[in-house]
Design a protein around this ligand. Structure first.
Ligand code: GDP
Length: 367
């Protein structure tokens, strides 16, 4: 039966149900004598790592294993989903290892965003969440921006020891590691999957010349990530592909903006004012009166107000209202996984409605 099948590359039990989970092999491949999981297949044939993901418990087992090792931990976050891509409790497992925090997807930041301010904010948020990275680097794993600097930093901070890369699903961890693999020389033979002592999970090992290695860990599925509530189509729509084009709205009090049907912004009190929306260019913004907003949402979710659409309509948790009284000029309201709204003028009262579990926080504007 299927349960007995194991990948001849890494030994993981083969499953044919979920391409995103470890041990996946397409059903057609089971006809062959030697079954290789998709991850090993791609690694062998294309030198390309595939993302795999795990639920919390299995991941903690891995973290426990890493806790006993020496080396540098690279934690990758999506700068658009800082809170959604945060791994809670990592500090309990790092031992005395340093953590280098990498903020990925820098290519979609508009030019108006001050990179130093973003790095500063990431440091401050990390500290709030109990982690003190040795350094924070911004990269685009996809386009390559910042990668040479990140690689230099890795080399400096690892101090001749191993490197463990951790991150939630969807932050671009595989893209990041694939870029490192491609930039390494003679990649063909050097990459091996290796069994990690103390766990049943196989980490991919990318050797350094000094006998040490970079280890990729499976991505953790974080329930708070808005991405997990959306089907593929909707996920495409919220995921910015290109540099964001900020959209400016002049609003009077008692007006509402809908970001698709995923979030809602109410301008409750204050003088006529301008608000700049930073979300994927593919997300439609809809303006209405505050008094009509509930009806519009109840009657047109999934149609006029989409995404969500299709499957996501059932999966998406209900919206929760977060009210803010903003006293300072130039404040961002960050909706994790979606983007942020820059409130230009002070002394306004606003409310953001976002799916339950999705983090909504204020920060000084990055502009
Ligand atoms: P993993 O689950 O963390 O391994 O993430 P993947 O490497 O599979 O990437 C998740 C999604 O983010 C994919 O749609 C990638 O195309 C996208 N992505 C990864 N890196 C970048 C980047 O630097 N910039 C942008 N814009 N998208 C990225």
């Amino acid at each position: 039966s299927l349960e007995q099948l194991k990948c001849i590359g890494c030994g993981i039990p083969i499953q044919t149900d979920n391409p995103k989970l470890e041990g996946y092999a397409p059903p057609s491949s089971l006809e062959k004598e030697d079954v290789v999981c998709q991850r090993c297949f791609r690694l062998r044939n294309y030198n390309e790592l595939q993302p795999v993901s795990l639920s919390g418990d299995d991941f903690l087992t891995i973290l426990n294993g890493i806790g006993e090792k020496e080396g540098l931990i690279i934690k990758i976050v999506d700068i658009f989903d800082f809170n959604g891509s945060w791994i809670n409790g990592l500090h309990r497992f790092v031992g005395n290892k340093d953590i280098l925090l990498i903020g990925n997807k820098a290519d979609i930041l508009p030019k108006s965003v001050n990179r130093n301010k973003l790095v500063h904010w990431m440091k401050a948020e990390s500290a709030k969440l109990g982690l003190k990275p040795v350094d924070v680097k911004l990269v685009s794993a996809h386009r390559g921006q910042g990668m040479p600097e990140a690689m230099e930093a890795i080399d400096a901070y690892r101090k001749g020891k191993d490197v463990y890369v951790v991150g939630c699903t969807n932050v671009g961890k595989s893209t990041f590691i694939n870029r490192i693999i491609k930039s390494a020389t003679g990649v063909g033979d050097v990459i091996t999957t290796s069994h990690f002592p103390g766990t049943t999970l196989d980490l991919v090992e990318i050797p350094f010349e000094d006998g040490k290695a970079i280890y990729d860990t499976p991505g953790i599925i974080n329930d708070h990530q808005i991405a997990h509530y959306l089907d593929t189509e909707d996920l495409k729509a919220i995921t910015p592909k290109k540099e964001l084009k900020p959209k400016v709205f002049q609003l009077n009090a008692e007006q509402t903006l809908f970001i698709g049907g995923l979030s809602r912004f109410d301008f409750i009190r204050g003088d006529r004012s301008s608000f700049t929306i930073h979300v994927s260019n593919a997300l439609p913004i809809h303006r209405t009166k505050l008094e009509n907003a509930d009806d519009l949402y109840n009657n047109h979710l999934g149609e006029l107000l989409s995404p969500p659409s299709g499957e996501s309509l059932e999966k998406l948790p209900p919206l929760v209202r977060h009210e803010f009284s903003i006293k300072k000029p130039k404040t961002d309201i960050v909706i994790s996984g979606l983007g942020w709204i820059t409130v230009q003028h002070p002394n306004v009262v606003v409310a953001v409605h976002a799916p339950r579990g999705v983090n909504v926080v204020l920060r000084p504007s990055l502009i």
